[in-house]
Design a protein around this ligand. Structure first.
Ligand SMILES: Cc1cc2nc3c(=O)[nH]c(=O)nc-3n(C[C@H](O)[C@H](O)[C@H](O)COP(=O)(O)OP(=O)(O)OC[C@H]3O[C@@H](n4cnc5c(N)ncnc54)[C@H](O)[C@@H]3O)c2cc1C
Length: 370
């Protein structure tokens, strides 16, 4: 193992949450190291070629990959140490085990922000392990990062935002999208994304599911069916299509291994994607000095990840003894922006779910239940 290094604030994950946390902590005067396993910072943003909406504070009108580049450049300009191609494989008290440049070492920090994002959910059905069945995030990586089309005739499973957006991106890349299958009775994603697909002639079949995939060495066909009120396939409704790509967009789960390892308390939250580390309004977990932000703190979207990262970065800097009285006002402003993002029909459910997580934290003290 190579040497041991020390910093004031360590951030694990270089997506919108981690980059925003690093910038906020640096602004407050802390020495910051940001770790990410990829060669280039940005996390999921690097694959997002569409323009964001919302407000100017959340980069409305700017394409995701450009936001990633801007945040990465700002980190470099502000003096954040970016450790790219580096994996944080363990967390022992305030020390991270890291693997970089072909060796392992440690990084000890006064405070740590975990912004590790989320992993894609899978779906089990006969034939689901055939080459050609893959997650929507993987398809985005192929198409938008590597310019490789993983299939020419695709079926999308899941009509949330990810499923709708990636379907459209497949069309833009020249693939045929036969349709989008959604088990729920309604489309989960924004109407604007669904409308774009419909205008392009792509049907969205709600109350439908995938029954099976078929093929020899690789995917050749898929069978779908309608679902009854009890969620069971309706006999006689089966349709089979020739496809070479089934794209799964069936939800994301927070990536929280390091928080489990650190002994954080968790709660299960369906609306936030699964088990989430309990945290307070500063994004501090039940382990003092350990913070979470972004999808790792509950799956939402890039704009909320940016604001949670800002909050966590400021609070982590304060924990490390940095910042002054103005820091409280900055945190309050970030909380207000988060509240605004979590209003309306889509945000309301997530706001209530996050409030439950904070209530859970309040029942705890210093990592122990009161
Ligand atoms: C396919 C897809 C499409 C999406 N489309 C949109 C969209 O159009 N608009 C929108 O607002 N949101 C979208 N989202 C959601 C949005 O991308 C996420 O909410 C946002 O990126 C979360 O930011 P984050 O910083 O928490 O995580 P991420 O962006 O996932 O970043 C986490 C980073 O941490 C790294 N990492 C994780 N563990 C470790 C470790 N142990 N060591 C080192 N590095 C590690 C990861 O490699 C990654 O780079 C989409 C998500 C997906 C999966």
């Amino acid at each position: 193992m190579a040497g041991a290094e020390v910093t004031e604030v360590a951030v694990v994950g270089g997506g919108p949450a981690g980059l925003s946390a690093a910038l906020a902590a640096r602004r407050a005067g802390a020495d910051v190291v940001l770790i990410d396993e990829n060669a280039v910072p940005g996390g999921q943003l690097r694959k997002q070629i569409h323009k964001f909406f919302g407000s100017r504070a959340h980069h409305a009108g700017v394409r995701g990959f450009r936001i990633a580049a801007e945040l990465g450049a700002a980190c470099r300009a502000q003096g954040v140490a970016l450790w790219m191609d580096t994996v944080a494989y363990g967390l022992f008290d305030h020390t991270l085990g890291v693997a970089r440049e072909g060796t392992t070492s440690t990084l000890t920090a006064r405070s740590i922000v975990l912004a590790t994002g989320a992993g894609e959910n899978a779906l089990a059905f006969p034939g689901c392990t055939l080459p050609g069945v893959m997650g929507a995030g993987a398809v985005q990586t192929f198409v938008n990062l590597h310019r490789v089309l993983p299939g020419r005739r695709a079926l999308m499973v899941g009509a949330g935002n990810v499923g709708l957006i990636v379907s459209y991106q497949l069309l833009q890349a020249g693939a045929e999208v036969l349709g989008v299958v959604e088990a729920a009775p309604h489309i989960g994603g924004y109407a604007v994304h669904a409308a774009k697909l419909r205008r392009a002639g792509v049907p969205i079949w709600t109350r439908h599911t995938v029954l099976a995939a078929a093929g020899g060495r690789e995917l050749e066909a898929v069978t779908i069916a309608a679902l009854d009120d009890n969620g069971r396939p309706v006999r006689g409704s089966e349709q089979t299509f020739a496809v070479d790509l089934i794209c799964l967009a069936v939800g994301l789960t927070p990536l929280t291994e390091l928080a489990w390892q650190a002994g954080c308390r968790f709660a299960y939250s369906g609306p936030l994607g699964g088990h989430v580390p309990l945290h307070n309004a500063d994004m501090e977990t039940t382990v003092p000095g350990l913070f979470v932000a972004g999808d790792a703190a509950g799956v939402e979207e890039a704009s909320t990840a940016l604001e949670e990262g800002c909050l966590a970065g400021l609070a982590a800097a304060a924990f490390a003894g940095r910042g002054g009285p103005e820091l409280e006002a900055e945190k309050e402003a970030a909380r207000r922006r988060l509240e605004a993002l979590r209003s309306g029909p889509f945000g309301g459910g997530r706001r209530r779910a996050q409030e439950e997580i904070v209530k859970g934290w309040l029942k705890c003290s210093g990592g122990r239940w009161q």
